[in-house]
Design a protein around this ligand. Structure first.
Ligand code: IDP
Ligand code: MG
Length: 149
């Protein structure tokens, strides 16, 4: 079953949106297999966003991610990587559709509330970066026959 790394960024935590955001993934039908609130080191934030290290916003982005706790999660389900990106909405909240997390709660690209892996390879590497091997909890929801044909 596919897995995605999802992180509620410091603004989502500070604004009290953790419960709402988790609820959106839960009610969609995805399965939570990893969850932790944590302070992020500069090294970890830089490694996570290494692909953007030459971009002008990189330092501000890293400063933002380490400025307050984040909630790191791994969600599981068929198509969860692409589906989570849809639940999250466009990178710039001004362009994100109403009904998406960024569309409902965000105003600016520099405070866009949440991260979601963008492809199977990045999901795998991000899960390895953020979670120790063996710390994820695989389980079989009893409602599975009501979610999958
Ligand atoms: P994504 O989070 O939707 O995958 P990316 O383009 O991969 O978007 O950018 C990673 C993160 O970098 C964004 O979520 C946002 O927090 C930040 N970011 C991207 N572009 C800008 C910008 O122009 N100004 C400030 N922050 C930015
Ligand atoms: Mg990205």
């Amino acid at each position: 079953m596919e897995r995605s790394f999802i992180m509620i960024k410091p603004d989502g935590v500070q604004r009290g949106l953790v419960g709402d955001i988790i609820s959106r993934f839960e009610t969609k039908g995805f399965t939570l297999v990893g969850l932790k609130q944590m302070s992020v080191s500069r090294d970890l934030a830089e490694a996570h966003y290494a692909v953007h290290k030459e971009r002008p916003f990189f330092k501000g982005l890293v400063d933002y991610i380490i400025s307050a706790p984040v909630v790191s999660m791994v969600w599981e389900g068929d198509g969860v990587i692409a589906s989570a990106r849809k639940l999250i909405g466009a990178t710039n909240p001004v362009e994100a559709e109403p009904g998406t997390i960024r569309g409902d709660y965000g105003i600016t690209i520099g405070r866009n509330l949440i991260h979601g892996s963008d492809a199977p390879e990045t999901a795998k590497s991000e899960i390895e970066l953020w979670f120790d091997e063996g710390s994820l909890c695989s389980w079989e929801p009893t409602m599975k026959p009501w979610l999958y044909e």
